[in-house]
Design a protein around this ligand. Structure first.
Ligand code: HEM
Length: 452
């Protein structure tokens, strides 16, 4: 069993030695990059139709292997032989903006940090966020325009940023609000910058400046946070200890919090956009969900009441099935291994596809149809294979915030749908990008109406 890895033994670029894997080179130089950026789902479907569940492709100037379906998901995510590195896969993209994030760590180092961070995700902490989160949602939604088209994406993004400032940082940003929010958005946007050079005016330069501002802001708060008994993520991670009573140093705390903000923000924004779109297209489900909230009246629901919202849970999962925020999960192979009968060489870049898996006819009935009841106990379609539903990944790196994300989405829906109806134009065709995350590219125009 491999515990610590000498990463210097691996070249920064994944191996190009993949000719024994079925596949093609795509366009000269660019490979399959254009299609990957334009419509990754179509690219994967085409690859599967031509070559099967394992094939090679070249995107963003890197050669790699697509490994499709639940069996490949299981082998790579569970990784019982410790063959697949997160660090080598994610670090090239995230190391300078989000260094030392949990998702960039491997094996024993990862386990150590994950155990410390886990304490911040326990029920009492999440319970303590509900009232302030609920108030923010009620207040934010009350300002959204009624009876006219409005872009849902910027509205929900800004609402979630305000909530994150409170739940993650535990601060009322006050005068700093605009600067901190902008710094965060710039840092997150820089993770997809193709040119990572600090040239003034570029996405990368704005992102690096944003990262620095966030660090300075958090370093200023650290002394107070360490002695506070607040329950926000920042305070809890400052106080968290390992089994020997050892706390994380200041830089590690800052790196973890900035990464958590990043891991939480765009994923939840993407999910709420998908849920909003699906409910606007299927208004009968808005009614189904309202029936679940009928007993609440104007109240902000408790943790237990939210957990009991069964149909809201189905809608959340169905939106994540059809529109997973992370359509691709990358890994780098540390030593030669075998997946689905194909030899995967050392230092090969591999990519799993939640999106492809979520539409496989072998595991889902009519997968193109929005049908939340497939997640009901009676039907339980998602249980045909333990790795067929993977919006949160799986194994050691399974999303640490999945429960928090579900609670937040359910809280939003219960407060929003109790007061409002949501619609899209009858002929509306959604436009979105899939890389690096699924996100509407037209802002998702919706109409909000007060319920009569
Ligand atoms: C619906 C929303 C979300 C989705 C779809 C999502 C998806 C994912 C996925 C697919 C991974 C695994 C990546 C990999 O294996 O390489 C992951 C990891 C992670 N997520 Fe989430 N996420 C969501 C919300 C959140 C939230 C709200 C937080 C924090 C509050 C969070 C924190 C993390 C962290 C810390 C990791 C790294 C875990 C590790 O490496 O041990 N996520 N997420």
């Amino acid at each position: 069993m491999q515990q610590s890895i000498d990463y210097t033994q691996y070249s920064r670029q994944p191996t190009t030695n993949l000719n024994h894997i079925p596949g093609d080179k795509g366009l000269p130089v660019l490979g399959h990059t254009l299609e990957f950026l334009r419509d990754n789902h179509a690219l994967v479907n085409r690859g599967y139709a031509k070559y099967g569940l394992v094939y090679r492709r070249r995107v963003l100037f890197q050669n790699g292997i697509s490994l499709l379906g639940p069996d490949a998901n299981q082998q790579v995510l569970l990784d019982s032989e410790q063959c697949f590195s997160n660090y080598l896969a994610w670090n090239t993209v995230l190391e300078r903006i989000f260094p030392n994030g949990l998702m960039l760590k491997d094996f024993s180092d990862h386990r150590y940090h994950r155990r410390i961070l886990q304490s911040a995700f326990k029920k009492p902490a999440i319970e303590s966020y509900l009232q302030p989160m609920g108030q923010h949602i009620k207040e934010g939604v009350s300002h959204w325009p009624r009876n006219q088209t409005m872009p849902f994406l910027p509205a929900i993004k800004s609402l979630l940023l305000d909530i994150a400032a409170q739940t993650f940082l535990g601060v009322h940003l006050g005068d700093d609000a605009e600067a901190v929010n902008k710094a965060f958005v710039d840092a997150a946007d820089a993770s997809i910058a193709i040119i990572q050079r600090r040239i003034p005016g570029t996405r990368w330069a704005r992102g690096m400046a944003g990262r620095e501002l966030l660090e300075t802001f958090m370093r200023r708060q650290l002394p107070n946070k360490k002695v506070s008994d607040d329950l926000d993520f920042f305070a809890q991670i400052c106080r968290a200890q390992d089994e020997h009573g050892q706390q994380l140093d200041d830089q590690a705390v800052i790196d973890h919090i900035i990464f958590l903000l990043f891991a939480a923000h765009d994923t939840t924004t993407s999910t709420l956009c998908s849920v909003a779109y699906a409910l606007a297209k299927n208004p009968q489900w808005q009614e189904e969900l309202r029936a679940e909230y009928a007993a609440l009246g104007e109240r902000i629901p408790s943790y237990d009441e939210i957990s009991a919202m069964e149909k809201t849970g189905w809608v959340f999962r169905e939106a994540l099935r059809m529109y997973p925020p992370l359509p691709v999960i990358p890994r780098r192979c540390l030593r030669e291994t075998d997946v689905l009968g194909h030899r995967i060489p050392r230092n090969a870049g591999v990519a799993l596809s939640p999106l492809f898996t979520h539409y496989m006819n072998d595991y889902w009935d009519k997968p193109k149809q929005f049908d939340p009841e497939r997640f009901s106990t009676a039907r339980a379609e998602h249980k045909r294979h333990s790795y067929q539903f993977v919006p949160f990944g799986g194994g050691a790196h399974k999303c640490l915030g999945l429960n928090f994300a579900e609670i937040q989405v359910k809280l939003f829906l219960s407060l929003f749908l109790s007061k409002c109806e949501l619609s899209v134009a009858p002929d509306y065709q959604p436009k979105h990008t899939l890389i690096p995350l699924r996100m509407p590219t037209d802002g998702l125009p919706v109409t909000v109406q007060n319920r009569r």
